[in-house]
Design a protein around this ligand. Structure first.
Ligand SMILES: Cc1cc2nc3c(=O)[nH]c(=O)nc-3n(C[C@H](O)[C@H](O)[C@H](O)COP(=O)(O)OP(=O)(O)OC[C@H]3O[C@@H](n4cnc5c(N)ncnc54)[C@H](O)[C@@H]3O)c2cc1C
Length: 313
């Protein structure tokens, strides 16, 4: 499926735009699952001022979707209508600040954040070594691992609203819960300030290595996956419920439940977005039948199916 090309019209309306606009840009090249249709328009702003210029001049009714490194996304086969914004190099700075703090742009990969903290002798951020997303995704998802979450290390986040205005949000403003951020849904995070504590570089690097080794052994980290598919229900583990429902290794087309970690879905090669979503919904139904518990998607599903519609579930 291809969308109408919006580029010419927008280029006329935004003559001073400095970032890149690509029409019908394939998102399967970006997402970890390697599935999904195109972005009607993919916009990579040059910097924050460029993003603000875009918002101040683009049509109000243009649908806007922000994505990060695509490690928590299931993009449907028909793609994403409107503009998809992906922050690039202009949002990739990291700087060390006094008091064991790190400031990082939203496009910085979490792994790089962990490494920069280690190099600066700042402990407490090593858990980011295990999360394959970027800072923007960590802020929106309250990304966490190995007993720590973003909400425990964040001082403040900088965000832009749909009108191009900048907001600084403290930890209360972020309204964090488990893999949940209650900040306004249209806010695009552009930067974050993190708090760590004094530590020894070598010790932190050793901790990061342990995290990497654990991941390698416990999760299909080299597969085409979106990480944990469902949130853990209160007092329970999604993987245990999925296992008890007999879904480990279950397959629909090219979409498979990982044998190694059954809360992970895998694109075995030729899976479509529809097959992965169908597999997820089948798991939810079976878990509901066997345990009475309704699993909630942790992976964010975006866009429309091949028929141009959002599936009803
Ligand atoms: C192998 C594997 C292991 C994983 N392990 C973990 C884990 O241990 N812990 C964990 O928490 N997650 C884990 N994940 C999931 C994923 O890495 C995290 O959710 C990550 O924080 C997503 O970041 P991203 O940049 O890839 O965001 P994306 O997947 O691109 O987007 C995720 C959400 O964030 C929003 N978003 C992205 N950037 C911005 C921005 N700048 N402003 C506002 N909203 C934004 C998107 O709109 C979307 O709703 C894993 C994934 C994989 C593939």
């Amino acid at each position: 499926m291809t969308f109408a090309d919006l580029r010419a019209d927008l280029t006329d309306k935004l003559p001073d735009l400095r970032g890149r606009l690509a029409a019908n840009a394939p998102l399967s090249d970006i997402t970890w699952f390697r599935v999904g249709g195109p972005a009607q328009l993919l916009f990579t702003p040059k910097d924050e001022a460029d993003l603000a210029y875009f918002f101040k001049h683009c049509p109000d009714d243009l649908p806007v979707t922000i994505i990060g490194l695509g490690s928590n996304l299931l993009v449907r086969d028909g793609g994403i209508p409107g503009v998809v914004i992906r922050l690039g190099r202009g949002f990739g700075e990291i700087s060390v600040e006094e008091g064991n703090r790190l400031r990082a742009g939203s496009a910085v990969p979490d792994v790089k954040l962990a490494r920069a903290a280690a190099d600066a002798g700042i402990a407490g951020l090593a858990f980011y070594r295990g999360i394959p997303g970027g800072v923007g995704g960590a802020l929106r998802m309250n990304g966490g691992a190995h007993g720590r979450e973003t909400c425990e290390v964040l001082v403040e986040a900088r965000a832009m609203d749909r009108a191009g205005n900048i907001h600084t949000l403290n930890i209360d403003d972020m309204k964090y819960g488990y893999r949940h951020c209650g900040a306004p849904a249209d806010y695009i995070f552009t930067e974050a300030l993190f708090q760590g504590e004094a530590g020894e570089r070598d010790q932190i690097l050793a901790e990061m290595e342990k995290i990497a080794d654990y991941r390698e052994q416990a999760q299909p980290v080299k597969a085409r996956t979106g990480g944990s598919t469902f949130k853990n229900p209160p007092g329970n583990s999604a993987w245990k419920l999925i296992d008890a429902a007999g879904c480990r290794g279950f397959q629909i087309g090219g979409a498979k439940v990982s044998e190694k970690h059954c809360n992970f879905l895998i694109n075995e090669g030729g899976a479509s977005g529809a097959e992965l979503e169908e597999l997820g919904e089948t798991i939810r139904a079976r878990v509901k039948d066997t345990s009475g518990i309704e699993l909630e998607w942790e992976i964010r599903r975006l866009g429309v199916a091949a028929n141009g519609k959002i599936p009803e579930r």
